[in-house]
Structure formats: structure tokens, C-alpha cells
Design a protein around this ligand. Structure first.
Ligand SMILES: O=C(O)CCC(=O)C(=O)O
Ligand SMILES: [Fe+2]
Length: 359
């Protein structure tokens, strides 16, 4: 058995096996860590439930019929990145998706999305993390627990995100560069994903596959042939199920019917080494802060105020001295990363027309 691939299935392009389905309540901590967390093998929790608060809130009819249906949701065209340009009440947004309008909501990781901060509904407060906390180690860092996202983008993990899209929508392949463990909960709808383990050997080649729809045959005259037969996993995620993707698992998602997912993330490190890897990676704050700055500027000022009031940054991190030191220390790293990404785009443009997506 290699990385959990015990049952081989034939697939024309890759060697894919279904992920294991397990009970979040029945699996022991030791078994979860030995079989999934430590070797980096994904699995599907079939019985996740947000038992705290009003569990009925997490159903399509509740979203449509209650006040939450009035909540504005930002969206983009199905093949674009979120730009905070257009919004619709959630109820109408879902109706548009039912009618096949090619739009989607893929929440940006930064700033925390206002839908989750809505004081009338406060969805985030209803998620009971205890079943998850039991399984994951206490990866505390800089005084923050594994699930504490309030220092994003200075430190992982990403804040929780919503992904709402219509039938047959796909998102480009990637791994989440905040390096956290991802828990993708399908609240309603039906998602499908193809997953590959992270490896530095296949990294550059997999980025070249980012824009492919992996449900269709791959044209190996254009895609890197070294990926032929790559071992990975497939998974269908149905309502109430939650996919666990270990840190840096590659994922290509598609939406088989109108779907609403809520994604939680857990810090994967508790060491300075882990944080250095994060600072050196694709989502170093030196890259994300300027990149998201433009989006932040587009957010209506009253909404921005609300986010800041929601303790977006803990007080110590919001101090002018702290911000100034981040700028001074981050500037050289930022410049270096810009040069590095400029060089890799140049190399990529020799082989591909589309650039790697920025997630
Ligand atoms: O749902 C999708 O289309 C993408 C999901 C994703 O990238 C994630 O959960 O990290
Ligand atoms: Fe992702």
C-alpha cells in the first residue's frame, strides 16, 4: 500500500481510487492520524453535523425562506475570479443558478466575507468544531490555536469560506497555499473532486494542468506527459458530507448540481519552520497584502468598518508599529517573490497560454 492507495481502479489518464468514507465520530484519534493526517491521505467524513446552534439553518430551504435569503452575495461570471463587482440577494442568486446562469460565488480568503459576519444569522457561530478538534493536533502558533483564522493573511489558516456555484461549474486545479488542512463541507448540492498528493517532483507539471477539466480525457500532446498514470483519488461529496484534504493536497473541483459548500481550515504547523515555509510560499503576506489591497479598496466603507469591528486583526497586530515593521521586513521578500513569479510566468508562457490561477 502506498499513501493509502490500496484499491487500484483503471482510469484512462490517471490511477485514481475513491477516497475512504469514514465516520467522524467513530474513528479513533490514533487511527485518523496514522491512516490519513500523517501520510497526507484524504478521506470523507460521512456524518459531520454542526450540532451547535440551529442545525436547521444549514439547509437550502432555510437559506431561501429565512432572512438569510435577503443577504447580498457577491458573485462573478463562472470562469472569473471574485471582484466584489456585483451582488444579488442569496435567494435570487440561487434561483439564477437553478436557471443555469453561468455565475458563481467563490469567497476570497481575504478579507473575511461579510456573509459569515452577518449579525442576524452569524453562521460561523453555529458550527460546532468539537468533532473536528478531537482529531486534529493542537497546532498552536504565536499564541493562536489551530482553528483561529483571525490573523490571516499574516498567518494561516484562511478564514472559513463559502463556495456557491451552479451545475457543471469547475474550478481550476490548485493546492491551498496557506498550507492548512482543508475541510470542505457540502451543505447542499453535489460536488466532485479529483485529488493528488503534494510532491515537489510533480509540482510544476501539475500547475500546467490547472485549467483542464479532469472529468474529460487529457490531451497529452499539450499536457505534461510525466503526469500520465499519476496516482490520486476521486470523491463525490453529497449533502452533509465533509471532505478532509491534508495540507497541500492538489484539488480539481466540479459542481454536479447547484451546490453550497462551507470550508473550514486548520493550521498544519506549530513551529517556526512551518511558518517560514508559509512565508516563503505562494501566499506570503508580502504577496497577499498588496494583491488583496485592490479588492479591499472596492468594498463599501460601511462593510469594511464592520469587518474591522469583527476583530479582523487582534489589537496587537493592528498597531501602527507592527504594520510598519511588517512593511519594512516584508518589502525585500515581496520584491524577491515578484521577480521569481515573473520568471516562472515567462517560462510557463513558452509552453502554455493561460497562467496558473492565483487562489
Ligand atoms: O469548490 C470549489 O470549486 C473549490 C474548492 C476549493 O478550492 C477548496 O475547498 O479549497
Ligand atoms: Fe482550494
Amino acid at each position: 500500500m502506498w499513501l493509502g492507495f490500496s484499491r487500484m481502479e483503471t482510469h484512462d489518464d490517471f490511477d485514481l481510487v475513491p477516497v475512504d468514507e469514514i465516520s467522524i465520530n467513530d474513528i479513533s484519534v490514533a487511527e485518523f492520524r496514522a491512516k490519513y493526517l500523517v501520510p497526507g491521505v484524504p478521506c470523507l467524513f460521512t456524518d459531520f453535523s454542526c450540532s451547535a446552534g440551529d442545525a436547521a439553518a444549514w439547509s437550502r430551504s432555510f437559506f431561501e425562506q429565512s432572512l438569510i435569503g435577503d443577504q447580498e452575495i457577491y458573485y462573478t461570471k463562472a470562469d472569473a475570479l471574485l471582484d466584489f463587482g456585483q451582488s444579488l440577494p442569496l435567494r435570487s442568486f440561487l434561483k439564477q443558478l437553478d436557471e443555469g446562469t453561468p455565475i458563481k460565488h467563490h469567497a476570497p480568503a481575504f478579507p473575511p466575507y461579510e456573509f459569515l459576519l452577518n449579525s442576524k444569522v452569524a453562521l460561523m457561530e453555529q458550527v460546532d468544531l468539537r468533532a473536528l478538534q478531537r482529531l486534529f493536533p493542537d497546532a498552536s502558533f504565536a499564541g493562536q490555536g489551530p482553528w483561529d483564522w483571525t490573523s490571516w493573511p499574516l498567518l494561516p489558516p484562511y478564514p472559513p469560506q463559502l463556495f456557491v456555484a451552479g451545475a457543471n461549474s469547475t474550478s481550476p486545479g490548485h493546492y491551498d497555499p496557506d498550507m492548512s488542512h482543508t475541510l470542505h463541507w457540502c451543505v447542499f448540492g453535489h460536488k466532485r473532486a479529483t485529488l493528488f498528493p503534494h510532491s515537489f517532483v510533480s509540482e510544476a507539471a501539475l500547475w500546467q494542468l490547472a485549467w483542464e477539466d479532469l472529468r474529460k480525457p487529457i490531451d497529452w500532446t499539450k499536457a505534461p506527459e510525466c503526469l500520465k498514470g499519476l496516482r490520486g483519488w476521486t470523491v463525490d461529496i453529497k449533502p452533509g458530507q465533509m471532505l478532509f484534504m491534508p495540507s497541500r493536497t492538489w484539488h480539481w473541483f466540479s459542481t454536479e448540481e447547484v451546490s453550497f459548500s462551507y470550508v473550514l481550515r486548520c493550521r498544519s504547523f506549530s513551529s517556526v519552520l512551518g511558518s517560514l515555509k508559509f512565508f516563503w510560499g505562494l501566499q506570503s503576506p508580502a504577496v497577499t497584502l498588496p494583491a488583496y489591497g485592490a479588492m479591499w479598496a472596492k468594498i463599501p466603507p460601511d462593510l469594511r468598518q464592520k469587518m474591522i469591528r469583527f476583530r479582523f486583526l487582534p489589537p496587537a497586530l493592528a498597531s501602527p508599529i507592527f504594520r510598519a515593521s511588517i512593511l519594512i521586513l516584508g518589502l525585500p521578500v515581496y520584491l524577491w517573490l515578484r521577480v521569481r513569479s515573473g520568471m516562472s510566468s515567462l517560462l510557463m508562457s513558452c509552453t502554455r497560454v493561460k497562467p496558473a490561477p492565483r487562489i
